[in-house]
Design a protein around this ligand. Sequence first.
Ligand code: IMP
Ligand code: MG
Length: 189
Amino acid sequence: MRTRTVDNMGKYTGQILEEIYTPEEIEARVIELAKQISDEYAGKVPILIGVLNGSVFFLSDLAKHLDIDCEMDFIKVSSYHSGTQSSGTVRLLKDISCIVTDRDVIIVEDIIDTGLTARFLKHRILENEPSSLAFASLLLKPECLKLEFKAEYVGFEVADRFLVGYGLDLDQKFRNLPSIWAFPADMNV
Ligand code: IMP
Ligand code: MG
């Protein structure tokens, strides 16, 4: 397994990250999800709503592999103020600009951890009465869910470790890494 050492990042300096999904593994799984979505939405034009900033790589790769037409829009929320702990409250930072009423909507997330963000987004979109709503999340931490939540499309179920890369960040760093890397399970923040 490939590792890398965190440098120049205060209290995280010296932590050893482990590569848990390579770019090839991510791409293969994204292609599978795109195929499944293309089949299930055949004849429809879903709006993919990417949750900024983390979902940008997943959303663009997923969209490129769809065989159907789609539209794209973005929403931005904040639930993590800093570090790796969820603050528990979700704030809307940037709303969608499209009209979702009577449309098929797929919310595209990088990761579902506690599920609080997903629940907030679900209610937000349902207020505007789409004809359907589904969730596509590249990653899901089943052990961390604090509420009953079912995402229709999940790339990988992962253990409770803090992950970075392929859009996922720690204090805005590491998003641009092509692989997904895990901090040690016992990392204290
Ligand atoms: P939730 O509301 O706890 O489900 O958290 C969802 C959001 O928290 C995600 O969209 C991410 O932005 C962030 N998040 C949760 N777990 C991780 C992680 O392991 N690495 C990076 N960001 C994470
Ligand atoms: Mg996110």
